[in-house]
Design a protein around this ligand. Structure first.
Ligand code: NAP
Ligand code: MG
Length: 485
């Protein structure tokens, strides 16, 4: 019997008013139901927003040190529960336990940084044109915020969004992805157990189309922070526009790794294999295109093949596994469809290219790590996000062509170049259309003190993390004071 989780409204764990639930299945074995969750209704969602609205004035009035105390208590519990949370992430998402632990540790680091940034959130004082007038500007919270989370980083993404939102004095309603609602439950549980005032952080689980849409259009939600697909992000932005709500959208990617002729090929191949296949290629900043100088293509592919051969595909709970399943049946079908399309368009398989069925894997959503060569820039495999363990390798002849290929997609999240030529590297980081650029490092490298967000159709609004992490969740107020005797 699997456990049935509840929503969290106004500090209490409650069932949906509609009385219905949905089940979540383990992507390593679809026969296994990991847990059940509330299939929330519009009424549940409105109740969550009402709780966030009611809690807002008192939470916003607390000093930032008092808010930090609450968050630090939740952070302490997070540190104590790393193993338990990682087990939930692996069961729902499929990533290995090592990757799941890494996700929680990364959430801890991001939370620590954002709590401290919140405490330091200052304003600005400037001289004025009027003698004797005191003038300064400060940041104020916006109000109740909707947090719509994806399934690929189901714990870290809420932490990255909710910590600065709460530190700035806002209240939140979290809607996790249906595929990974348990990570959202575990996240909110930390705060409830830490004694956060009721209504400051609420949780509703259920359909994005229904309750996600209600959050986006609800008049009492003042901002929406979303991570997910470009398609849904764009729809959210349109729906939020009539209410003049601000949106922060972290969306898809088609991240290139460019390998010049003078590159350390072994390092480049190792990076490509790591960032293309970690979490089964379901990082938003996974490497999905390797753009390689024709003169070093053959040795690069040999080295890459060697790294891919070492990948052990299996259940994330098994110690030997280095790559888990993709996250669910819909994802599996989408990845296999992308692979078939690439074959039909003339891309050549270097390795992989199929679902894995051996040793009981047929019961789950396992895809072989897949590398396509002979990919040309106009092929769908070079343009569309597959979001699975699939890498497209393209050849180029001169640097200009590499830049053109790298920039020739609608996305712009992460990008890397491997070269020993500093001038070329500098030109790449200046000209690449991406929110994160790397030299001799993989496309997914990031640190909590730096902003994280994409350009073009990969991102919109003020980026998450770093010093900009809290900005999105604040409004400006400018104050002029004329003292009179
Ligand atoms: P998705 O379908 O866009 O879903 C993301 C979230 O939005 C889920 O909670 C989903 O709920 C909800 N949602 C769906 N339709 C909605 C609607 N009409 N209104 C409001 N909310 C709605 O994305 P996904 O397939 O879960 O995630 C994969 C995508 O996320 C990839 O494209 C990946 O690149 C992107 N991603 C980007 C970043 C980044 O930082 N740039 C990070 C991680 C992932 P349901 O669960 O009910 O569908
Ligand atoms: Mg989806």
């Amino acid at each position: 019997m699997s456990v049935t989780h509840l929503n969290c409204l106004n500090g209490a764990w409650v069932p949906s008013a509609g009385g219905e639930t949905y089940e979540q299945r383990n992507p390593a074995d679809l026969a296994q139901v990991t847990a059940r969750f509330q299939k929330s209704t519009l009424a549940d969602t409105r109740a969550a927003v009402a709780a966030a609205k009611q809690a807002f004035p008192a939470w916003a009035r607390l000093s930032v040190y008092e808010r930090a105390e609450h968050l630090n208590r939740a952070l302490q519990l997070m540190k104590e529960r790393v193993e338990a949370i990682a087990a939930v992430i692996t069961a729902e998402n499929g990533k290995t336990l090592k990757e799941a632990r890494g996700e929680v540790v990364s959430a801890i680091k991001e939370m620590e940084f954002q709590i401290n940034e919140g405490v330091r959130l200052g304003g600005e004082m400037l001289p004025t044109a009027q003698a004797g007038v005191l003038a300064y500007q400060i940041r104020r919270p916006i109000g109740p915020v909707a947090v719509i989370a994806p399934w690929n980083f189901p714990f870290n993404v809420p932490a990255r969004k909710i910590t600065p939102a709460l530190m700035a004095g806002n209240t939140c309603v979290l809607k996790p992805a249906q595929l990974t609602s348990g990570a959202g439950v575990e996240f909110v549980r930390l705060y409830v157990d830490a004694g956060l005032p009721p209504g400051v952080l609420n949780l509703v689980t259920g359909s994005g189309k229904l309750i996600g849409d209600e959050l986006v259009t609800h008049p009492d939600i003042h901002a929406i922070t979303f991570t997910g697909s470009t398609e849904v992000g764009m729809a959210i932005h349109e729906k939020a526009a009539p209410g003049l709500k601000r949106t922060q959208l972290e969306m898809g990617g088609k991240n290139p790794l460019v390998v010049l002729a003078d590159a350390d090929l072994e390092a480049a191949a190792a990076s490509a294999a790591l960032a293309a296949f970690a979490c089964a290629g379901q990082w938003c900043i996974s490497t999905s295109r390797a753009i390689v100088h024709r003169s070093v293509l053959a040795p690069f592919l040999e080295l890459l093949k060697g790294h891919v051969a070492k990948i052990v595909v299996g259940a994330g709970t098994e110690a030997a596994t280095t790559m888990g399943p993709v996250c669910g049946e819909a994802q599996l079908k989408g990845v296999l469809k992308g692979i078939e399309k690439a074959k039909a368009e003339g891309a050549k398989l270097l390795c992989g290219g199929q679902q894995l069925m051996d040793g009981g894997k047929g019961a789950g959503c396992f895809v072989a790590p897949t590398v396509f060569t002979d990919v040309t820039p106009e092929m769908s495999i070079a343009q569309e996000e597959i979001f699975g363990p699939v890498l497209a390798v393209m050849a180029f002849d001169d640097f200009e062509e590499a830049i053109t290929i790298a920039n020739g997609v609608r996305y712009g999240l992460g990008a890397s170049i491997y070269t020993r030529d500093l001038a070329r590297a500098m030109e790449f980081v200046n000209r690449i259309e991406a929110g994160l650029a790397h030299v001799n490092m993989h496309t997914a490298y990031k640190e909590p003190q730096f902003s994280f967000g994409g350009v073009k159709l990969s991102g919109h609004g003020i980026p998450e993390a770093g010093k900009t992490g809290i900005e999105f969740f604040t409004e400006h107020k400018t104050i002029f004071i004329q003292p009179v005797a």
